[in-house]
Design a protein around this ligand. Structure first.
Ligand code: PAF
Length: 284
């Protein structure tokens, strides 16, 4: 069955309150729509672990630092609803901008530290927008747990920090990145790539996996990263915004692999910004 569409926070709250009264466990899957298999894997997991599932669909203007990027962002609500039919979440919460940011809205949630680098350096205000909307969605859905993909690894850590710091009683659950057959991480932005760009984009996951393996086997991280950046540039990426080795939990820069780490990258192909990351474990 297609999920019921709810547009207002009052209707959402009434339904969530009734479920909570009945002792039901609510799972939320926050999305900006243009759903793909990565999102569906989160909805499936929520459906397996919760009694009721709310998928949220809101293209959040506050997290776009580039207006052109916001305009271009794919909007495919009816297709999204059809894709969800087979899994059967209970609600598709698709509010409009005024419902989330009514006139006079004046609050920003800002997580410091882990937002200072990586995507935070290239997208000013992005994580404030993410933290603010996700905080609102957590409060509006009243969910017991929320599911996020590890593809947006920095976002996942920001959301965890925000929920913990603000004492929001919700389990933030990170789920593995889902990839195309050739390894490209699934993303709503992939559909903006030209056919040639799509072919070349596979260099990103390949470079990350090869570099992670080399560092795990003992190669010097800095040398390996420089080689990977060169490889991406010769593979057709116009700009590599960052490719860095960071601590897996705190995202602090690391130069020696003495604890579980993450190799994270952002690079532009066809003017489409792609991000990806892979784990790097010492001595594997
Ligand atoms: O990852 C996304 O799609 C968005 O950043 C999120 C978490 C739905 C907040 O708008």
């Amino acid at each position: 069955m297609k999920p019921e569409i709810v547009r207002s926070r009052a209707d959402l709250r009434a339904q969530a309150t009734a479920w909570r009264k009945d002792g039901l466990r609510i799972g939320a899957v926050p999305t900006m729509g243009a759903l793909h298999e990565g999102h569906l894997s989160l909805v499936r997991r929520a459906a397996a672990e919760c009694d009721r599932v709310i998928v949220t669909l809101f293209v959040n203007p506050k997290q776009f630092n580039d207006q052109n990027d916001l305009q271009k962002y794919p909007r495919t609500e009816e297709d999204d609803r059809t894709l969800l039919e087979e899994i059967g979440p209970d609600i598709l919460y698709a509010p409009d901008v005024k419902e989330i940011y009514p006139a006079g809205f004046a609050t920003t949630i800002s997580v410091s530290g882990i937002t200072d680098s990586l995507c935070g350096s290239f997208r000013p205000g992005h994580f404030d927008g993410v933290a603010t909307v996700v905080c609102k969605l957590f409060l509006q859905t009243g969910a017991d747990c929320a599911y996020f993909g590890e593809k947006d690894y920095q976002q996942l850590q920001v959301v965890r920090r925000m929920a913990s710091d603000l004492d929001i009683p919700i389990d933030v659950i990170g789920c593995p990145t889902i990839r195309e057959a050739d390894g490209l991480a699934m993303s709503s932005r992939n559909r903006l790539l030209s056919p040639e760009g799509r072919e070349k984009a596979v260099a990103l996951p390949r470079a990350l996996v090869q570099t992670a393996e080399a560092i795990s086997r003992g190669a010097n991280p800095q040398d390996s990263i420089e080689a990977a950046i060169g490889l991406l540039e010769t593979s057709g990426f116009a700009s590599v915004e960052y490719l860095e080795l960071r601590g897996a939990d705190d995202l602090a820069p690391i130069t020696t692999l003495d604890r579980p780490a993450r190799l994270l990258a952002a690079a532009k192909m066809d003017d489409v910004r792609l991000i990806d990351n892979v784990p790097v474990l010492p001595g594997t």
